[in-house]
Design a binder for this molecule. Structure first.
Ligand code: SF4
Length: 219
């Protein structure tokens, strides 16, 4: 299978997953940090705590007025809560400089904005790009361990470097926010449903076109 066909194929298997990352742009700013090294159920539990305490509106401004310890207490279910509270606090300080007006950030060129986000302690490339793509709707492809796994297994492309993988995808797919949002979501869905650590090639609809299953006679 060709890499440019992956989106179409995954969409035919899983259907449209749309924007995929749930929540308002403000919530996504927060969940992008909370989801580091944990599952989504725990992120939801932490978000419920935040919502119960602060309500649904203006959460960035309200969160920034809390101490790091208080934030840590609220996000406890997401795990690594002290580190994540510090990271959130640093991100919130950055957003405060823009009066929590995400529109101001959206108006900035993608590259400049990415550079600024990457300077924030605790925000790596995957988190920065998730914020850019899902909260700020900038056309940048998010790479994660599932992307690397599918690239290796389906296409026999072994790349470890984040930027190289991102460049590869972005050379095959046009800079379209919705497409990048959905493609990343479909990759995660496929990895969770079929291409887990121990792949379920027998059940996977891609097994006739996948390098790994063909090499191992698993189709
Ligand atoms: S056929 Fe197997 S290795 Fe290939 S994508 Fe499906 S589950 Fe993964």
């Amino acid at each position: 299978m060709k890499l440019e066909k992956l989106y179409e194929k995954l969409r035919s298997i899983h259907g449209s997953v749309g924007k995929w990352w749930p929540g308002t742009p403000e919530e996504i700013m927060v969940t992008a940090i909370l989801t580091q090294n944990t599952n989504w159920k725990n992120v939801e539990r932490a978000m419920k705590n935040i919502e119960k305490t602060l309500g649904k509106n203006d959460i960035l401004r309200k969160l920034s007025s809390l101490s790091t310890e208080r934030i840590a207490h609220l996000i406890k279910p997401a795990g690594f809560f002290n580190i994540k509270a510090e990271r959130l606090k640093t991100l919130l300080e950055f957003l405060k400089e823009y009066n929590f007006n995400l529109e101001l950030l959206r108006e900035m060129p993608l590259e400049n904005l990415r550079e600024l986000l990457l300077k924030i302690k605790g925000i790596g490339k995957e988190t920065a790009d998730a914020i850019l793509l899902y909260a700020l709707e900038k056309p940048i492809f998010v790479v994660d361990s599932y992307t690397k796994r599918l690239l290796l297994r389906i296409f026999n492309i072994e790349l470890k470097d984040y930027d190289e993988i991102q460049k590869l995808f972005m050379s095959y797919y046009p800079p379209d926010v919705f497409l990048y949002q959905e493609l990343h979501g479909l990759i995660v869905e496929h990895a969770k449903r079929f291409c887990s650590k121990k792949p379920k090639c027998g059940e996977c609809p891609l097994n006739k076109e996948c390098f790994y299953s063909q090499m191992n006679g698993l189709s």
